[in-house]
Design a protein around this ligand. Structure first.
Ligand code: LIP
Length: 265
């Protein structure tokens, strides 16, 4: 099966509505933070009862609307599907921020078709910001078109995300390499929020040595549709194995690709 333009348009509208509803559920659950069940999947890798409940809501809504689609979710959803479309779902990206009460977290829902990120929606409740994009149709925040910034590297701020999936010395080396160019770096604990900020031009670039498809599928479409460039995350089975992520405005992307192009993670 293939998904035609009407089918993609319908899926974008659904992703926006479901991301909004899921973000509102997460925010309600966060309001009673003491009642949240929180556990660790690994070093600094938190999961809460809200992550699970939000993923169940998203999966239920998508299955009802698009029963032939596949789904891959951070909290265990793995549905093959027969349509050729696969949803990459992060119910709460930035869970360590969420469980601590910090604002940098969001719901991220992306769609992959034929090995490409086709569309996605990211909702960040603390900013009441609904980001969405579809390949060939632009990127928006609350309906307003987005454009990446065009600052030179020495005046830029680049997010360098990190997780225990990567050796700390590799991350430290990346920080040193970037600082050597005159650029500044940030780390906010949510790849999806950071990629949305690259798309809107409030950040200049993004790098992480390993991320999963659910973290980044929506953000990759946002950056590409806002005039930025991203590496081919889905090469080498990135959908199931994850991959590194470089995303930035075109000129900056080339410089970051030179800085971060090689090496085991
Ligand atoms: C997070 C990513 C972040 C990464 C964290 C974590 P989660 O996703 O968005 O970029 O550095 O280790 O993987 O687990 O909060 O959904």
């Amino acid at each position: 099966m293939s998904i035609d333009s009407v089918g993609l348009a319908q899926r974008l509208l659904a992703a926006e509505a479901i991301a909004l509803e899921a973000g509102q559920l997460a925010a309600r659950l966060l309001a009673d933070r003491a009642a949240l069940g929180v556990s660790l999947k690994g070093a600094q890798d938190f999961v809460s009862t809200a992550d699970v409940a939000v993923e169940q809501l998203i999966v239920g809504r998508l299955a009802a609307a698009f029963p032939a689609d596949g789904m891959l979710g951070e909290e265990g959803t793995d549905i093959k599907g027969i349509s050729g479309a696969i949803w990459a779902i992060d119910p709460i990206d930035g869970t360590s921020n969420f469980v601590a009460g910090r604002p940098d977290w969001c719901v991220s829902i992306g769609l992959v078709v034929a090995g490409w990120a086709q569309l996605g929606a990211i909702y960040q409740p603390s900013q009441q910001a609904l980001y969405s994009a579809r390949r060939g149709h632009g990127a928006r925040r609350n309906g307003v078109p987005l454009r990446v910034a065009e600052r030179p590297l020495a005046q830029s701020t680049v997010v360098l995300e990190y997780s225990s999936r990567v050796r700390p010395e590799r991350h430290a080396a990346h920080v040193l390499s970037l600082l050597g160019t005159g650029a500044e770096y940030r780390r906010n604990g949510s790849a999806a929020v950071a990629l949305a900020q690259v798309a809107e031009g409030t950040l200049d670039g993004f790098f992480e040595a390993h991320l999963n498809a659910w973290d980044v599928t929506a953000g990759l479409v946002l950056v590409a549709e806002a005039g930025g460039r991203c590496n081919d995350f889905f090469a080498d089975d990135g959908l199931r194995k994850g991959n590194r992520v470089i995303a930035a405005a075109p000129a900056l992307f080339e410089r970051l690709a030179e800085l971060f192009h090689t090496g085991a993670i």
